[in-house]
Design a protein around this ligand. Structure first.
Ligand SMILES: NC(=O)c1ccc(NCc2ccccc2N2CCOCC2)nc1
Length: 247
């Protein structure tokens, strides 16, 4: 999968994508991240990329043409069609479901706005999808781009090892994760570890973990539960958790 990023701060995007699982996915050529600076496509001597807003008001707006020229170069750089995404507070909330859809695409381009954003005509004519990583304001779209690169990059076939993809499974079915423990089995300040995890009874451990995921989702994010039907076994486990919890 190829991801092209339009940003006035290409180093930030490149460096954040060069570490960890995503960096390794790039080394293995499971993922390719390229950055494009609109300033390199500005035609005036001052390499201008922003303009004063029509209608007045504070701040500046990113000009159409440097962004349009960067997108043309991106399209030119490889044959596959490009799905163009604009990161902004006005976008649809990014979810794991959306991440999985994006991860299946051959190419996406991410436009990172700075200043007060970009000229609306660029969005109308060049952007396929506007996405937000959450209901808060950032100084630029680059952190959103880094989030998408990570979430999508780690889903590329072969990016995660077996342990990591197992971890992925517990999240990807729309529930919160269960608690995790490691040594010491008894911490002198914070006590012990749930007995079942030391039992070696793998069926019971699986059951306990599923029950914890369901219970935590019910306690912390009940909205996630309304979005998915539970099978009979899960329903029974959650009822058991709820009975124990309210006792
Ligand atoms: N939630 C998100 O995904 C998110 C994304 C970007 C972003 N900022 C860059 C930006 C991009 C587009 C439009 C406006 C702006 N902003 C510029 C600075 O002023 C506020 C508006 N902020 C939050």
């Amino acid at each position: 999968m190829r991801i092209d990023v339009v940003s006035l701060f290409p180093d930030f995007v490149r460096q954040s994508a060069a570490i960890g699982v995503v960096g390794r996915a790039q080394q293995r050529e499971l993922l390719q991240v390229e950055t494009w600076n609109p300033r390199d496509f500005a035609t005036d001597n001052y390499r201008t990329v922003d303009g004063r807003p029509f209608g007045g008001g504070p701040g500046m707006v990113m000009l159409i043409d440097p962004l349009r020229a960067a997108l043309a170069a991106i399209r030119e750089a490889a044959p596959e069609p490009v799905h163009v995404i604009y990161l902004s507070p006005q976008g649809a909330r990014l979810t794991q479901k959306k991440v999985e859809a994006l991860a299946g695409m051959p190419r996406i381009a991410l436009i990172c706005g700075r200043y007060e954003g970009v000229d609306e005509r660029l969005i109308e004519h060049e952007v396929d999808e506007e996405l937000s990583i959450g209901d808060y304001v950032l100084s630029g779209g680059e952190l959103g781009a880094a989030v998408i690169i990570d979430a999508v990059g780690r889903l590329q076939e072969g990016a995660l090892n077996d342990a990591q993809s197992a971890q992925q499974d517990s999240f990807s079915d729309g529930l919160l994760d269960c608690p995790h423990y490691t040594r010491p089995v008894h911490h002198d300040v914070w006590g012990g570890v749930p007995e079942v995890l030391l039992s070696g009874d793998h069926a019971a451990i699986r059951r306990w973990r599923r029950k914890q995921s369901l219970g935590r989702t019910w306690l912390r994010r009940p909205d996630l539960l309304t979005q998915r039907a539970l099978d009979d076994e899960s329903r029974a486990l959650l009822d058991e958790f709820r009975r124990e919890y309210t006792r």
